[in-house]
Design a protein around this ligand. Structure first.
Ligand code: NAD
Length: 496
């Protein structure tokens, strides 16, 4: 038993799967390492089709009772999960920071409270807002209902593991589905703590299941499983393509939240302090953020001053151990990813890009710490402009007028988000309409309500989630039409 517990930052984490309300171990394991110092944190059960089959069966068995439970009862349990998360914010923050290298200060004050909200918001929504007023059509009454879809498979990445998992688990469970989660192998630990919290909150066995493992070992059999009803994937474009093929024979609806290469468009009429701050904010989480606006497009007239100020401010970023509250950015998640980011920058420089800041490993820190990097002069068609790096690398390009800014911003196969900085309200209205992106931020970044639609265009994804859009995906929407005739009793007479 004890060998299945890893103690990480003083917190006990079970390294096994969570299936049908029980811990289940696998014969084979994989090592989970920390970005901070590449230390091995835990030896995690490596799931295969055997554990995936068991988890899907457990979810299927639990589904009828969970789906039939009155929504108020279901939501009450999910609110208890939210309370359990709130009670363990510190543990979750410490473990997640050690596991994926994101900042403890963000985890404590932003991310983990939001993880709790992912349950509370959708529990409240299901209870209080889900539904549609009956329609009266030619004397017939039409009732729209949101029926749970069944078993939902959820596959998530490492850059914000618990936040991204619960953003899907919350609405899926609130809608009355059962879930099988496959967490990321580079940051698997907080998913295990979530299983504990769900159990302690009284979530019935089998409603939430979690199979640890690699993409090939556990992810692939889950996506190809014939008994799942929805597949929700957050990750990279190449994996999304593989998954689409695996899921196709089973005609499973997919929701995809994928990569991005979002623009930050800075007009000459903008508040320059604000624009500089928004640019430097893109280094958050060492650039391992799908929504990051890494392609800076700045109007020619202010390009020199703006760029110089961004470089100057980026120099003050404090890089280091994410467990230190004073740290601004930390390390990249793994050696594999570090090498990938390094390769992108080396090829960009070989292809003619000029390094304005950084350009390689942080020599003072070593390990997986990659310096904040700013590149200029890259060719518009070059890899560094077109591909997602997922690291602390900004490029700067210039434009002359609004039309060119919009054309450059939209010249991407991605369309996740766009950030626009301008002091002109009319321009803001005009340009925000023209940008090809699921989310457009004007003079701000990263602000978003859980009730707003979230998702990407083009290669950035399929579908939208948030508020009612989550329930659209996680339910079977049914229209029941009630005729005015054919009833055994006469309502009018009964009422009289
Ligand atoms: P990834 O695609 O390599 O892995 C994501 C998940 O898929 C992991 O759990 C992995 O184990 C699993 N997986 C891998 N191969 C699989 C297969 N054949 N079958 C089933 N599952 C498989 O992505 P990553 O490197 O973990 O994450 C980074 C990517 O995620 C970036 O592209 C980033 O932009 C994207 N992302 C998008 C959003 C969003 O909301 N749009 C949010 C965060 C991250």
């Amino acid at each position: 038993m004890a060998q299945h517990i890893a103690v990480v930052e003083g917190v006990s984490v079970d390294t096994r799967h969570w299936i049908g309300g029980e811990r289940v171990a696998s014969q084979s394991t994989f090592d989970d390492t920390s970005p901070i110092d590449e230390a091995v944190l835990a030896s995690i059960s490596a799931g295969s089709s055997v554990e995936v089959d068991a988890a899907v069966s457990a979810a299927r068995a639990a589904f009828p009772a969970w789906a039939a439970m009155p929504v108020a009862e279901r939501s009450a349990i999910l609110r208890r999960v939210a309370e359990g998360i709130e009670a363990r914010v510190e543990d979750l923050a410490r473990v997640e920071t050690r596991d994926n290298g994101a900042l403890i200060r963000s985890h404590r004050r932003g991310v983990m409270p939001r993880v709790a909200m992912n349950f509370r918001y959708f529990a409240d929504y299901a209870e209080q807002e889900l539904g549609h007023p009956d329609m009266e059509v030619r004397g017939h009454r039409e009732r729209v209902s949101y029926d749970p879809a069944g078993v939902v498979a959820i596959i998530t990445p490492w850059n914000a593991p618990l936040m991204l998992a619960t953003w899907r688990i919350g609405p899926a469970l609130a809608a009355g589905n059962c879930v099988v989660l496959k967490p990321p192998e580079w940051a698997p630990l907080t998913a295990s703590l979530l299983a504990d919290i769900c159990h302690e909150a009284g979530l019935p066995a089998g409603v939430f299941n979690m199979v640890q493992g690699t993409g090939a070992g556990a992810g692939a059999p889950l996506t190809a499983h014939p008994d799942i009803n929805r597949l929700s994937f957050t990750g990279s474009v190449p994996t999304a393509g593989v998954i689409a093929k695996a899921a196709a024979p089973n005609i499973v609806p997919l929701s995809y939240e994928l990569g991005g290469k979002s623009p930050l468009v800075v007009f000459a009429d903008s508040d320059l302090d604000l624009a500089v701050n928004l640019a430097v904010e893109q280094f958050d989480n060492a650039g391992q953020v799908c929504l990051g606006a890494f392609r800076i497009l700045v109007q020619e007239d202010i390009a020199d001053e703006f760029t110089a100020r961004v470089v100057e401010k980026a120099r003050t970023i404090k890089q280091g151990d994410p467990r230190d509250e004073a740290t601004d950015i930390s390390a990249l998640v793994s050696r594999t990813h570090f090498d990938k980011v390094t390769g992108f920058v080396e090829r960009a420089v070989a292809d003619g890009a000029e390094v304005l800041l950084g350009g390689g490993p942080n020599e003072d820190l070593g390990g997986l710490y990659f310096s904040p990097t700013i590149l200029a002069g890259a060719k518009p068609e070059s890899e560094i402009i077109c591909e997602e790096v997922f690291g602390p690398v900004l490029t700067v390009q210039t434009f002359t007028d609004e039309a060119e800014a919009v054309a450059m911003a939209n010249d991407s196969r991605f369309g996740l988000a766009a950030t626009l900085v301008t002091g002109d309200r009319e321009r803001a209205e005009r340009v925000s309409h023209l940008l090809d992106a699921g989310t457009v931020w004007v003079n701000c970044f990263f602000v978003r309500d859980l009730g707003a639609p979230f998702g990407g265009n083009g290669k950035s994804g399929i579908g939208r989630e948030g508020g009612i859009w989550s329930f659209d995906f996680y339910t079977n929407i049914k229209n029941s039409v009630f005729s005015p005739v054919g009833w055994n009793t006469n309502d009018a007479a009964e009422e009289a």
